[in-house]
Design a protein around this ligand. Structure first.
Ligand SMILES: C[S@@+](CC[C@H](N)C(=O)[O-])C[C@H]1O[C@@H](n2cnc3c(N)ncnc32)[C@H](O)[C@@H]1O
Length: 252
């Protein structure tokens, strides 16, 4: 898959693409990332990409024209046929919050163009003409869309085959439909006792079925405590067995 990122700060992506899981996905070519700076498509000595908002008020607005030229260059480099254009995603508080289902959809896609806003945002005429999807990282305001783009790329990268050191590990992560969308269970490692606290006995038993039951119980308990809405979803989908309901009933 290929992601073309439009950003005024391409340098922010260098360490991100040079480390850990995202480095492996990027280096293997499974997630092809190309960076585009709208400043390279702006006019004049100052290569201006922003201007004051009509109607007054604080801050600056990203101009439509450098973005439009940048997008033309991206589409030309992608060699896109008419009607086969990659979707343009704008990171914005307006969009739907990124979640696991969206990440799974993107990880199975051919990619897209990710537009990182800055300042007060982007001239609405560019958004109306070219943006297909708006995506938010949550109900708060970032200084720019770059961190949101990295969040999407990171989450997509770790779902690509062979990118994680342990292939199966993402299948045990929170929100996975294969584990009924529950949150992850607690994890422990050596030593067996730390600061007066023992590792739960079930995990030391060496008994596979007992360990799996303990993990399932803990997923249920953690989810019921922190995200009861996810328990409701699993229940409505008929994903909770009588043994699961018995665990939840004990929580009161
Ligand atoms: C300072 S913000 C602009 C905020 C905008 N004036 C507002 O109140 O919604 C600059 C850029 O950061 C990005 N951004 C800010 N918050 C975001 C969020 N919650 N999710 C995704 N992107 C965000 C967007 O690309 C936005 O254009």
């Amino acid at each position: 898959m290929r992601f073309d990122i439009i950003t005024l700060f391409p340098e922010l992506f260098a360490p991100f693409l040079a480390s850990g899981v995202t480095r492996r996905a990027y280096a293997s070519g499974q997630v092809d990332v190309r960076l585009w700076n709208p400043r390279d498509y702006a006019d004049g000595n100052y290569r201006r990409v922003d201007d004051r908002p009509f109607g007054g008020g604080p801050g600056m607005v990203m101009m439509a024209e450098p973005l439009a030229r940048c997008l033309v260059a991206i589409r030309a480099e992608r060699g896109e046929p008419e009607g086969g254009q990659a979707p343009v995603v704008l990171f914005s508080p307006i969009g739907e919050s990124l979640n696991h289902a969206a990440v799974e959809r993107w990880s199975a896609s051919a990619g897209g163009v990710l537009l990182c806003g800055r300042y007060e945002g982007i001239d609405q005429r560019f958004i109306d003409a070219h943006v297909n999807v708006q995506m938010s990282l949550g109900d708060f305001v970032l200084s720019g869309g770059e961190i949101a783009a990295m969040a999407l790329l990171d989450a997509v990268a770790r779902l690509q085959p062979g990118v994680l050191n342990d292939e199966g590990s993402h299948q045990l992560d929170s929100f996975n439909p294969a584990l009924d969308g529950l949150l992850d269970c607690p994890h422990y490692t050596r030593p067996e006792e730390w600061a007066g606290q023992q590792v739960p006995v079930a995990l030391m038993s060496g008994h596979h079925a007992q360990i799996e039951r303990w993990r399932r119980d803990q997923r249920l308990v953690t989810t019921a405590r922190h995200r009861p809405d996810l328990i409701d979803v699993a229940r409505k989908a008929g994903r909770l067995a009588p043994a699961d309901e018995a665990v939840l009933a004990k929580l009161g």
